[in-house]
Design a protein around this ligand. Structure first.
Ligand SMILES: NC(=O)c1ccc[n+]([C@@H]2O[C@H](COP(=O)([O-])OP(=O)(O)OC[C@H]3O[C@@H](n4cnc5c(N)ncnc54)[C@H](OP(=O)(O)O)[C@@H]3O)[C@@H](O)[C@H]2O)c1
Length: 264
């Protein structure tokens, strides 16, 4: 039986979408007939992404740095103007610098907290207020990482600061559920993007082995035996951003090939 996601004409706002997971997410919504705004901080990369996406449907690009308050204000305003409102926010962001815990100084912690805790909370508030004003029973989907359940080596700031997304999802789900806005999170495992290539290069350098060897070691730990494709992650965001998940809110869904071992 074909499953209709009901996303045709829906207004979808995807942040950090000029490549990787955000880009795949924007493409997946466009393929379902949604109208989409994509964001990135680098004008050239965002313009190239918009060009690649344009054949799929209505897509607008808004350049803005997610770590700057005034740029977030402008981003949400311009995205709202382009779409006429929001039915779905798919929140993706950039990555903090890698490194062990002892390698991090005050500035690194500050930058990571801004990127992974302050920015999503501030953006969520702007989008929530817009959905409330427009009386939209919207959906928000926040990308986090499986590392918020089981910290992984050499991304200390991410392990610590990204946990804020879990608190944000649960807090918003309780506060906005009564007005029909659903809020969920996705916990990617290893997904094949530029970011994950850098993670394997860094891991290989630290262990004195080629990146391919570091990657193979990780793949051995994944029950499904491979790194995931961005499209596989995007399909989970589609589910949480559509009415297929109409009774799901406050959930944190791992999309990780089974790498998480912990129960609960
Ligand atoms: N790939 C994985 O296996 C994996 C696993 C768990 C979690 N994650 C997390 O998921 C997120 C996306 O990962 P990815 O693998 O898709 O990364 P990616 O390929 O490096 O893409 C990152 C995207 O974020 C944008 N971006 C970075 N900083 C930004 C900023 N300050 N403002 C606006 N846009 C910004 C980049 O565009 P511009 O260059 O134009 O700014 C780019 O489009 C990251 O937070 C990553 O840590 C990834």
């Amino acid at each position: 039986m074909p499953v209709a996601l009901g996303l045709r004409g829906q207004r979808v706002f995807v942040t950090a979408a000029s490549q990787g997971i955000g880009f795949a997410t924007a493409r997946a919504f466009l393929e379902e007939g949604a109208r989409v705004v994509v964001n990135g901080s680098h004008p050239g990369r965002l313009a190239a992404a918009v060009e690649r996406l344009r054949p799929l449907g209505e897509v607008h690009g808004v350049v803005a740095d997610l770590t700057q308050e005034q740029e977030l204000d402008r981003l949400v305003r311009e995205a709202h103007d382009a779409l006429g409102g929001f039915d779905v926010l798919a929140y993706v962001t950039g990555s903090p610098a890698p490194g062990t815990f002892l390698e991090q100084d005050f500035d690194r912690w500050h930058a990571a907290a801004l990127l992974l805790a302050v920015s999503p909370a501030y953006l969520a508030r702007l989008v929530a207020r817009s959905m409330l004003e427009d009386r939209i029973a919207g959906r928000m989907v926040f990308l986090a990482s499986f590392a918020i359940r089981e910290p992984i080596a050499n991304i200390a700031t991410s392990n610590v600061c990204r946990i804020a997304i879990a608190g944000l999802v649960r807090t918003l789900a309780r506060e906005l559920g009564p007005v029909g806005i659903r809020v969920n999170g996705v916990l990617p495992g290893y997904i094949a993007t530029e970011r994950v290539d850098h993670v394997f290069e860094d891991a290989g350098r630290r262990r004195g082995v080629p990146a391919a060897e570091a990657r193979a070691a990780v793949e051995q730990e994944i029950p499904l035996g491979r790194i995931g494709a961005p499209e596989e992650l995007a399909r989970a965001v589609l589910f949480l951003g559509s009415d297929l998940s109409s009774y799901v809110t406050g959930a944190l869904l791992p999309v990780d090939g089974g790498i998480l071992r912990s129960v609960g």
